[in-house]
Write a protein that binds this ligand. Structure first.
Ligand SMILES: [Fe+2]
Ligand SMILES: [Fe+2]
Length: 440
């Protein structure tokens, strides 16, 4: 029994299944004929089973290519490819109902969602083994989601470590700081691998745990600036820990007590420095950063200082990251600014409130449309900026709403430098009633 005969019988059976209902004698006859043909070819095959492969549009029986001009060969090759079937093995002993199930599945409308293996299983078909071409996009998306979950877990470990640390450190227990130190090291390595993914994490917000989320976000923005500055990983880790603890002095105050708000604002740098002064003397930067992060470039701010006092570079970097985190998070007093506008605001304040060189570097690191910016594209779809490209006006985006305003379920990253669409405006997430973090 030649392979060509099996293929042409399979093709004829597909046709019969499209023309006749399952009870029709012509349908039954076709399935029985195919079942017999398969049984015979399995028996005559040295492998004991019958395997068809498709490769670059051509159909093979094992490693022998089947001639295109033979009836049915092209049709079967196309049917396989459309359903992403790479190879199909028919085991001996297939029943007529197995064969009918297979034929039915090969007639299902091809679509990206079609899962041939699941369809065969749903029809109780056994004895048919498939290998299916894996959708690259799907695999990529899965890997991306896996990393995102991992990154978010790291983020949450940091916020909870920080919470515990804040309560213990007041009592002089610096235990948790070592844990924070190693977590920051992990963030630094992730930043080196995928800066956009780490920046995306800083879109996370919490109303119940706002202080811890703020601290971690400030750390992420500070590290982004540090990386732009070209600091080596060890320097970044130390900078990150200092950024993480910049507001630790606030732990000594009651957040929810409005009568303490002013004292907390004015005093938390000094209190924080006091708390952190009990740390190991090898690295005084956390203490310095806590003390100096509200000192403005023009000499204003808290605590007051003598003329000519210049803060540590890390303090000046954290001050900018802190401002950015506050502007984009908003407060009871003002609505959040979109990231692009927050960058502009910081550039306006450069020289008076903030170190002008660091402010410019920060703007450069974040770009015109920072990661986490919600943007409308020229086809009216809405996307979240998920990465940077060579062109600051055409970053990498994830289209979350299509041109018709429908939510896109499996959003892919699109490099706008290779896309016809352009960014026409930045969208306020509140206007779409959404949280950016849900789309990254
Ligand atoms: Fe502060
Ligand atoms: Fe802060």
């Amino acid at each position: 029994m030649s392979a060509i005969h099996v293929v042409s019988t399979l093709a004829a059976s597909r046709k019969a299944s499209q023309l006749y209902p399952p009870q029709h004698p012509a349908f039954v006859e076709a399935m029985e004929g195919l079942t017999a043909t398969i049984a015979e070819s399995c028996a005559s095959s040295s492998a004991g089973a019958f395997t068809l492969n498709v490769h670059q549009g051509r159909l093979y029986h094992e490693s022998v290519v089947l001639p295109d001009e033979t009836p049915g060969v092209t049709a079967i090759a196309e049917a396989f490819e459309a359903r992403r079937i790479e190879s199909l093995t028919l085991q001996p002993g297939l029943s007529t109902s197995d064969v009918a199930g297979l034929v039915e599945v090969l007639g299902l409308r091809p679509s990206p969602a079609l899962d041939v293996e699941a369809e065969l299983a749903a029809r109780g078909v056994t004895g048919v083994t498939l290998s299916v071409i894996i959708d690259e996009d799907d695999a990529e998306r899965e890997e991306r989601d896996r990393l995102r979950e991992q990154d978010r877990a790291l983020y949450h470990r940091l916020t909870s470590t920080l919470r515990t640390m804040s309560s213990q450190v007041i009592a002089g227990d610096y235990h948790q700081l070592a844990a924070a130190d190693s977590l920051v090291g992990t963030v630094v390595s992730r930043l080196m691998q995928d800066q956009a993914a780490v920046l995306g994490l800083a879109t996370l917000r919490s109303t119940s745990d706002a202080e811890a989320f703020h601290a971690v976000n400030v750390m992420i923005y500070t590290l982004t600036l540090g990386a732009e500055l070209g600091l080596p990983p060890e320097g970044l880790s130390s900078l990150g820990v200092a950024a993480l603890t910049h507001d630790i002095g606030k732990a000594a105050f009651e957040y929810d007590d409005p009568s303490q708000a002013e004292a907390m604002r004015a005093m938390h740098p000094r209190v924080g420095a006091d708390i952190l002064s009990g740390l190991s003397p090898e690295d005084p930067t956390p203490m310095l950063v806590a003390y100096e992060h509200h000192m403005n470039a023009d000499g204003t701010g808290v605590p007051e200082r003598s003329e000519g006092y210049v803060g540590h570079p890390y303090s000046r970097m954290v001050a900018i990251a802190d401002r950015f985190a506050n502007l984009t998070a908003g407060s009871a007093a003002f609505d959040p600014l979109t990231p692009d506008r927050a960058v502009v605001q910081i550039l306006r304040e450069a020289g008076t409130l903030y170190d002008p060189l660091f402010a410019r570097l920060f703007a450069k690191a974040l770009g015109v449309f920072p990661v986490g910016c919600l943007v409308r594209l020229s086809d009216n779809s809405v996307a979240v900026v998920s990465g940077t490209s060579d062109d600051p006006l055409a970053p990498i985006v994830r289209v979350s709403w299509d041109a018709a305003g429908m939510l896109v379920e499996k959003a892919d990253d699109t490099d706008l430098t290779a896309d016809e669409r352009t960014i026409i405006e930045v969208v306020d997430p509140a206007s779409l009633n959404t949280e950016v973090a849900d789309h990254l």
